[in-house]
Ligand binder design. Structure first.
Ligand SMILES: Nc1nc2c(c(=O)[nH]1)N[C@H]1C(S)=C(S)[C@@H](COP(=O)(O)O)O[C@H]1N2
Ligand SMILES: [Mo]
Length: 252
């Protein structure tokens, strides 16, 4: 069942990308869009029954509960010339690659990302450093991008690459396929209906709502499907996992 839907979704996205390039923005409302939503709903319902707790939804909040200010943490403004030039150009040159163990490596522009079916969710972000904030995030589900690229059967993890560099090097993170296909795992480009502020990861950041703050990479440049985390950084699956012994699975 899953692979059949995967093929349908890939065809859908391929069509969408072609249409987006031609300037059509209404595709998400089309009949193809509707049927793909139905298919995705059925897939998630089936997965939920099979996998139990790992696919439960994180709590969602009401607009009245949104924090007036969503603070930033870690990198607040990547210092590289490339990032600053892209920011100055309103990120029109930003590219998100989907690569690694996929049948069809893809490159998305921000317009491509905005043209995909969107999910909006109001969630609470919890940082291990002892603060929380509630925000409304919007973007396509990661599963849409992965199905468009056709993740191979030997892929077990999804690695995220970022444009910023902290004292210990570039930021990176990773999750397993259960979180990658979780309905609330989205590639966010809007916070509270506005393009992401720079401090919160402009122009793209992951939301992985069942996990702690450091599992939500900002300044996203690439999504890589891999079979093992052994050769990623120090092998523990993330910047803070490798440097400070943070848990790789940071479920909340
Ligand atoms: N690229 C990148 N992603 C990152 C970080 C970072 O420094 N660089 N910090 C992480 C941590 S520890 C937290 S709590 C959140 C903070 O997100 P915010 O800046 O939107 O509050 O981003 C996470 N993702
Ligand atoms: Mo954090």
């Amino acid at each position: 069942m899953n692979s059949g839907i995967g093929i349908k979704r890939r065809g859908f996205i391929a069509g969408l990308l072609g249409l987006a390039a031609a300037g059509c923005t209404k595709v998400a409302e089309s009949r193809a869009g509707k049927s793909i939503f139905d298919a995705a709903e059925r897939w998630h319902a089936g997965a939920h029954r099979l996998l139990g707790g790992r696919t439960a939804l994180a709590p969602e909040y009401t607009p009245a509960e949104i924090s007036p200010f969503f603070r930033g943490n870690g990198t607040l403004n990547p210092s590289s010339d490339a990032y600053q030039a892209s920011l100055a150009g309103n990120f029109t040159d930003w590219r998100l690659e989907v690569r690694g163990l996929v049948r069809h490596p893809l490159t998305f522009t921000l317009d491509n990302i905005r043209a995909l079916p969107q999910r909006t969710q109001i969630t609470r972000h919890d940082c291990v450093e002892g603060w929380s904030a509630i925000g409304q995030w919007t973007g396509p589900q990661l599963s849409l991008l992965l199905d468009a690229a056709g993740v191979r059967e030997d892929a077990r993890y999804i690695v995220f690459r970022c444009a910023d560099t902290l004292a210990g090097g570039a930021y990176y993170e990773s999750i397993d396929m259960i979180d990658a296909y979780h309905p609330q795992t989205i590639v966010a480009h809007l916070l509270n209906d506005e393009p992401l502020p720079v401090r919160n990861g402009a122009p793209l950041r992951m939301r992985v709502e069942r996990q702690l703050g450091y599992k939500h990479p900002k300044y996203l440049t690439a999504i890589e499907a891999v079979a093992s985390l052994e050769d990623i950084g120090g092998g523990q699956g993330g910047y803070w996992e490798d440097r400070a012994g943070y848990q790789w699975y940071a479920g909340i």
